[in-house]
Each structure stands twice: as structure tokens, then as C-alpha cells.
Design a protein around this ligand. Structure first.
Ligand SMILES: Cc1cc2nc3c(=O)[nH]c(=O)nc-3n(C[C@H](O)[C@H](O)[C@H](O)COP(=O)(O)OP(=O)(O)OC[C@H]3O[C@@H](n4cnc5c(N)ncnc54)[C@H](O)[C@@H]3O)c2cc1C
Length: 424
């Protein structure tokens, strides 16, 4: 009997455990290690600060569900992955042995790379539900004394969609409260142009998102490198296409949310061996999601190493989004099952992106198949129906986690979604 351990219980880790358990039943054991007792639906975090969601709405207690599914759940933090010994060291000094390991830890949020960035500095974050709860307090203070807002993503960021979402959600909320006229808004991004999204754009995202920003009188700075942030002031260098300094900006703010760059988590970066990770601590995988050096280690989600789509004047990374992550999960589950049956892995993830960016009272949907160009399909569209679809996606994904449904989620929703798209 083999022991399959999944490290991390987020958008990648929980479905990974469910799909794996469904395939191996009781012939092998599945264990999940998580530093949090709850699953968090990260994509809805931007709704927390303006109180469109409460933090508790986005959390699901995992232990009872895992127990019901026959999955061992260890609620402890991993401090070190130890591939030569097939072990994971935990924060209480114990170690967990594995035959197969799936690393699904998501990112470390590299706020430390820009002075003054993040919840311990002067900007807020929506990357974690607890950060979003703190941002909600900042938002309450802001409401008592409104002023300029800056939202965006710093150099090295790979996740841009949530920055656009948060900007537009706040803009919608300000209009609802009839105080939009008191709040100058600026979008500051390392992307070379609006709508690049770390993907070289998808379909018409450039003109679509530029047009939304113009309609809503939001200024922007692209090719932006944030030098430092102080109380109420952001210092930004804008570069030209060759990466040379074009303009210095000193931008005042009363509320700001800037997405950081990501790295791999410390438990991976501390592994002390060559071949598991790239210099930023992301797990190296082959076309089967398997580490080429330690062949009993697989990885899914944001912690996987994927090169940037293209070189940009200010560094940007490639986003890893839900549909793409699900395809990594399914391929990994199939490949571990096959290895257990004495076969070589053969399942490759589709790595396609279907993204719904909520813009408060409307939204932009885009589809990139595969996510990394050149692509067979690129498509994008704007409409109120995207905002509504996002709410439906949230409900369905939370239901999947709560009920322990192992069936891939995006693949099924995608079919329904494509039906809607054809009707539009
Ligand atoms: C604000 C935001 C909004 C997003 N919105 C969308 C969206 O709308 N659509 C979309 O497709 N994608 C979206 N994404 C991108 C992506 O889908 C999410 O980042 C998703 O949460 C990534 O899943 P993951 O499993 O890789 O990481 P996570 O969901 O972050 O899960 C990682 C888990 O590992 C645990 N962990 C970490 N380190 C350890 C350790 N040492 N020991 C034990 N456990 C550990 C963490 O606590 C966490 O539970 C969004 C990302 C962000 C940040």
C-alpha cells in the first residue's frame, strides 16, 4: 500500500486529494497536510473589503470532510520538504513519510521585495482571506475620510486579474455610495500595456480593459516599477519599451492594494537539494507534472515553475489560473494511478485558461487555449453576465469542496459556459 501525500489544501490541493482518493479508493492512502484548518476560496477575496462577502463565507472546515472521504488530514505547517529521504518535516518536529508527494502549496507572497509593500507596510492585500479582512478595516477608515486610491501589481507579479477586479469593485462601490467624485483612482502595473495580464493579452483584452478604465475615469501607469512605498505615498519609476527610465511618479494615496511578486514557499526553498525547484523556489515539473529529478514528486497550482510568456520591459510572470490548475490536478492523479499500476505517466495537462474577471457590476471573460501562446483559441467578451457567472462559479466550487465532489469542476463548468458563450 502506497502513501500519497498532498502538501497544501487550496484550489489545487483539495481537488487533488479528492481526485486521487477517487482513483485509488482504499488500495492506497491519501494524506493532506495543511497549515490551515480551512479551505479558502481565494478568487472571492476581492469582495471582502467592500463587504460584498464576509471572510467566513469563503472558508470551509476541512477535517470533517476529509474524514468522511477517508483522507487523512494533518493540520500542521511543513517546514521542509526532504526529497532524498521521502519525508516532509513539520513545525512540531515530526516528519511524514511519503511514497508519492504532490506539492500544492500555492505561493509565498514576496512583499519583502519592495520596501513598504503589503499588510505589514502601507498597502493592503487580497491574496489571502485574512489579508482581505485587514483590508476591510482599512476600507472602513478610508470611508470616513476618502481620497486617492492606487491599485495594481508590482514588478515580478504574475497575477494581474485580481488587481483589475479589486479596482473595479471599489469603483463600483464608490459610485453606489455616491462618493466616486471625491476619489481619484490610479492603476499602477508592471504590465507593458493594460490587458496584458501576464499572458501577452488574450483576444481583445487590451482595448476592452483600456476602454473600461477610460469610461470610469481611472488613470494608469504601465511598465511601472514600484521603488518604495511610504505612509500615503507611492514612488514609481515608469520605463520605456527598452527598459530605460521614462518618468518618476510620486503618487499619493489613502487606500492602496498592490499585488506582490510570488516565490515558492519556504518549505520548498529550504529543501537543500538541487533539482526540485528553480531559483525563485517554484517546483520544476516535466510535461506530466512530475519533477524530473525526484520522480515521486509531482506539483500542481501556483507553486509550479512556468516561464514568463514573453520578456517585458518590467519583469512579469505567467498567471496560473483555476482551469489550468485543475488540468494539472487531473493529469497528476491519472499519472500517479498509472505509476502505481506499474505504467509510465502519460497524461499531460491542457493548461488552458478560462477566466472571469469581475468588474463590479459587469465583467470580462476570456478564454485562452492553451493559456501560453501560440494558441488555438483566444476569445474575450465583456458583459454583466460575467459578474453573475462569477457568483455561480463561486457557489459551485464551494459546493464541490463542501461535498467532497471528486469530479473535475472547470471541465464541467466549461462545457456549460461554452453553451452560454455560443448563445451570446
Ligand atoms: C486574489 C486572487 C484572486 C484570484 N482569482 C482567480 C480567479 O478568479 N480565477 C482563476 O482562475 N484564478 C484566480 N486566481 C489564481 C489562482 O486560481 C489562485 O491563486 C489559487 O488560489 C491558486 O491555488 P493553489 O492551490 O495553487 O494555491 P492556494 O489556493 O493558495 O493554496 C495553497 C495552500 O497551501 C497551504 N500551504 C502553504 N504553505 C504550506 C506549508 N508550508 N505547510 C502546509 N500548508 C501550506 C496554504 O495555506 C493554502 O491552503 C486568483 C489569485 C488571487 C491571489
Amino acid at each position: 500500500m502506497a502513501r500519497i501525500v498532498v502538501l497544501g489544501a487550496g484550489i489545487g490541493g483539495v481537488p487533488m486529494a479528492y481526485e486521487m482518493k477517487e482513483l485509488v479508493k482504499n488500495n492506497h492512502t491519501v494524506t493532506v497536510i495543511s497549515d490551515s484548518p480551512t479551505f479558502h476560496f481565494v478568487p472571492s477575496n476581492p469582495w471582502v473589503p467592500p463587504k460584498w462577502r464576509k471572510p467566513e463565507d469563503l472558508k470551509i472546515e476541512l477535517a470533517p470532510i476529509m474524514q468522511k472521504k477517508g483522507i487523512e488530514f494533518i493540520q500542521k505547517s511543513a517546514v521542509k520538504v526532504d526529497p532524498p529521504n521521502n519525508q516532509i518535516h513539520l513545525n512540531d518536529g515530526t516528519a511524514v513519510d511519503y511514497d508519492y508527494l504532490v506539492i500544492a502549496t500555492g505561493p509565498r507572497l514576496a512583499f519583502d521585495e519592495v520596501p513598504g509593500l503589503g499588510p505589514e507596510g502601507y498597502t493592503t492585500s487580497v491574496c489571502h482571506v485574512d489579508h482581505a479582512a485587514v483590508a476591510a478595516q482599512d476600507w472602513d477608515k478610508f470611508m470616513e475620510d476618502p481620497g486617492p486610491i492606487i491599485v495594481g501589481a508590482v514588478q515580478g507579479a504574475s497575477c494581474f486579474g485580481p488587481a483589475y477586479e479589486y479596482l473595479m469593485i471599489l469603483e463600483t462601490e464608490l459610485r453606489k455610495r455616491k462618493i466616486r467624485d471625491k476619489v481619484p483612482m490610479t492603476f499602477v502595473t508592471s504590465e507593458p500595456y493594460i490587458g496584458h495580464l501576464g499572458l501577452g493579452g488574450v483576444g481583445d483584452t487590451k482595448s476592452m480593459l483600456e476602454s473600461v478604465l477610460r469610461e470610469r475615469t481611472i488613470k494608469w501607469v504601465t511598465n511601472a516599477k514600484v521603488d518604495r512605498i511610504e505612509q500615503g505615498m507611492m514612488y514609481v519609476t515608469e520605463v520605456d519599451d527598452a527598459g530605460n527610465e521614462k518618468k518618476k511618479h510620486e503618487l499619493p494615496f489613502k487606500h492602496s492594494m498592490m499585488l506582490p511578486a510570488f516565490t515558492g514557499v519556504d518549505a520548498v526553498r529550504n529543501c537543500g537539494v538541487e533539482g526540485l525547484m528553480n531559483p525563485r523556489g517554484f517546483v520544476i515539473v516535466d510535461e506530466y507534472q512530475r519533477n524530473p529529478t525526484f520522480k515521486n514528486i509531482y506539483s500542481v497550482g501556483v507553486c509550479v515553475a512556468i516561464p514568463p510568456v514573453e520578456k517585458t520591459p518590467v519583469a512579469t510572470g505567467t498567471p496560473k489560473t483555476g482551469y489550468m490548475i485543475e488540468s494539472m490536478v487531473t493529469a497528476t492523479a491519472h499519472n500517479i494511478r498509472d505509476e502505481l499500476a506499474g505504467k509510465e505517466p502519460s497524461d499531460k495537462p491542457s493548461l488552458s485558461a478560462l477566466c472571469l474577471a469581475d468588474l463590479g457590476d459587469t465583467g470580462v471573460a476570456f478564454l485562452a487555449v492553451p493559456q501560453i501562446p501560440p494558441r488555438n483559441t483566444t476569445w474575450s467578451k465583456k458583459g454583466k453576465w460575467v459578474h453573475l457567472s462569477k457568483i455561480i462559479f463561486e457557489k459551485y466550487f464551494m459546493r464541490k469542496v463542501r461535498k467532497g465532489i471528486s469530479e473535475p469542476f472547470y471541465e464541467r463548468m466549461m462545457l456549460k459556459f461554452m453553451g452560454i458563450v455560443r448563445l451570446k
